[in-house]
Design a protein around this ligand. Structure first.
Ligand code: DGT
Ligand code: CA
Ligand code: CA
Ligand code: ZN
Length: 575
């Protein structure tokens, strides 16, 4: 297969062009055209790299010039317009732009007026109090910039699992196109399904010296970091490093086990080996006395020799999985094929991109048995949220579609805002008339712990709230969750039969794995929801599924694994 850039990568370049044009102070229509193109490409179901200019021009807002640029980007990763902008401005301005709360206008002023071109420049100037002296920025903006800088420090170097997965998939596809019989797989945090990755670890079997060479010529990388006889490292876009290790076939299991980690899990295994007079490392399980090989070809035989059941990678965090593997009490984890419904889906009636019919069609095409359409409520004015009468009319349209999509039942739901005092954004009789109500917090996120806890508990106690959506409102690598007493919230959910959502948006994954495990342990049911705002986003549940697995969840812990009738009986309003 041709290995053009995928849509997300193309969209990122288009967005970058828009950012640079904005820093430059270029024509607003042009800027908007690039932003729109980034949005359209980023959400398209079809890969632009396989399309031609004529097909691209069918999309809204894509004219001849843009179509040409998009194709240029998809094939080369760059285009003339971007290159000219990068020749004009230092590329490090984009790092400044990526700071939370710092827009292109500010970046342009910092650059033009103070000559600040990088994060280091900006930090030095902010510390010296030079930014507060700028007209229109002031001390408040300066403090905000310093805060954004320190939060960046906190997260620097980590990447969302979805981004890392996308980049690694493109890389593997490219390698496999050149080596038909290549055996290669991700290990490290990526294989464990961790919410963020520090770097990508890849493991290949064989002794092909050319493979490492090939790896270091990957066209979509920034540069080579190093190459030895068994390992090479490259820097992919966005500062993400990828390490490839090549191992012999009879050591594959040992290497797989070792490099999957986590380090904490490995240390316990290694100690267990030591207690038996053995050594465990990336080459195998060996008898210390005479170096005889006891295991190493497969992971299973290593765990077996050590007296353990094979541990699914998602559980390898030394959070009790070793004890469970000894006792034979590891859970049977929920699987992708267990999911029968999606319970959090938006349409263009509020802030979704696609129509109700398109979302329903896409859900049916994925073989879902039921999908709850849950658009926003009125308080979220920027999403064109629904008031009572629109919510009821929308519900009627949703139910009116039932029978049209084979095998799929549409549920008329809503994602109703939880107001700052814990009341719901819509009247009780409206919520009662729907099939499913998600209560979500979107505003006043900075409340103190007591207020936020009381707010959520009040929503949980509401008679018509079935699910709490993205309960903590964290954004990975951007902001921590709201302060709350999570155990009290979980206990209230258990007491009221309210399910807690694992929101599958890649930057939310909210609940987190540890919070979801806490909920499960206290008898709360989970739901794994896409929160899709476009048809392609229905696939996001793969990320939420990993969180559920890392939370030790089995099928019976997750409500949307139930057949529709049982699901209806299991939610609060069904009982
Ligand atoms: P990351 O990259 O920060 O998301 O997390 P990992 O888990 O991918 O960590 P990484 O890339 O540093 O190392 C990959 C695996 O290699 C790690 O999960 C376990 C193994 N490993 C690395 N260093 C050590 C070590 O010092 N001792 C042991 N036992 N294992 C190690
Ligand atoms: Ca890693
Ligand atoms: Ca690594
Ligand atoms: Zn929401």
């Amino acid at each position: 297969m041709a290995s053009g850039l995928d849509n997300t990568a193309v969209a990122r370049v288009l967005g970058q062009i828009a950012d640079l044009l904005e820093i430059k102070g270029d024509n607003t229509f042009k800027i908007r055209a690039y932003r729109n193109a980034a949005d359209v490409v980023g959400h398209a179901a079809e890969a632009v790299s396989g399309m031609d200019a004529a097909a691209l021009r069918e999309w809204s807002g894509i004219g001849r010039d843009l179509a040409t640029r998009i194709l240029e980007i998809a094939t080369t990763g760059n285009c003339a317009v971007r290159q000219e902008l990068l020749d004009e401005f230092p590329v490090t301005l984009l790092d400044v732009l990526a700071l939370q709360g710092v827009g292109p206008k500010t970046v342009a002023r910092l650059y033009r007026e103070l000559g600040l071109a990088s994060l280091l420049d900006v930090e030095a100037a902010a510390r010296a109090g030079r930014i507060r002296e700028m007209k229109g920025l002031g001390a408040k903006k300066e403090a905000l910039i310093l805060k954004a800088l320190s939060e960046r420090q906190l997260h620097s170097g980590r990447h969302l699992l979805a981004d890392a997965t996308r980049m690694v998939a493109a890389l593997i596809e490219w390698l496999e196109a050149a080596r038909a019989d290549l055996e290669i797989e991700p290990v490290g945090s990526l294989r464990r399904g961790a919410e963020t990755c520090g770097d990508i670890d890849l493991l290949a079997v064989g002794s092909d010296p050319d493979l490492l060479e090939l790896f270091t010529t990957y066209p979509q990388m920034e540069r080579v970091l190093g190459r030895g006889d068994t390992k090479a490292s490259i820097l992919l876009g966005g500062g993400l490093q990828a390490d490839l290790r090549v191992v012999a076939a009879d050591e594959r299991g040992a290497a797989l086990q070792y490099f999957t980690g986590s380090k904490a899990h490995n240390i316990v295994l290694r100690d267990r080996a030591l207690e038996r007079g053995w050594r465990l490392n990336e080459y195998g399980l060996l008898r210390a006395a005479d170096q005889a090989r006891l295991a190493g070809r497969t992971e299973e035989e290593i765990y077996e020799k050590l007296g353990l059941a094979w541990v699914p990678p998602e559980l390898r965090e030394n959070r009790g999985e070793i004890e469970a593997a000894i006792d034979g009490t590891l859970p049977r984890l929920v699987e992708a094929g267990d999911l029968r419904g999606d319970l959090h889906v938006h349409t263009n009636e509020t802030d979704g991109r696609d129509t109700l019919e398109q979302m329903a069609g896409a859900a049916a095409a994925r073989g879902l048995e039921y999908v709850a359409i849950t658009d926003h409520s009125r308080s979220l004015a920027m999403t064109n949220g629904l008031d009572q009468s629109r919510a009821l009319a929308h519900a009627e349209r949703i139910r009116g579609l039932n029978g049209r999509y084979k095998g799929l039942t549409l549920l008329a739901g809503i994602e109703c805002d939880i107001l700052p005092d814990g009341r719901m954004d819509l009247e009780d009789d409206c919520l009662a008339a729907l099939d499913l109500v998600i209560g979500s917090v979107h505003m006043s996120l900075a409340q103190d712990e007591a207020e936020m806890t009381a707010r959520l508990i009040r929503a949980i106690e509401h008679p018509h709230v079935d699910i709490i959506g993205h309960p903590t409102n964290r954004l990975l690598l951007r902001r921590p969750g709201s302060r709350m007493h999570i155990e009290k919230v979980v206990d209230a959910a258990a007491a009221n039969g309210v399910a807690l959502e694992i929101n599958s948006q890649a930057d939310r994954l909210d609940l987190s794995d540890s919070h979801a495990r806490l909920a499960k342990d206290r008898g709360v049911k989970l739901v794994i929801s896409s929160d899709a705002h476009a048809t392609s986003e229905l696939d996001f549940t793969r990320w939420g599924l990993l969180v559920a697995r890392r939370a030790w969840a089995s099928k019976q812990d997750v409500l949307n694994t139930l057949p529709l009738d049982a699901f209806r009986r299991a939610i609060k309003r069904g009982r």
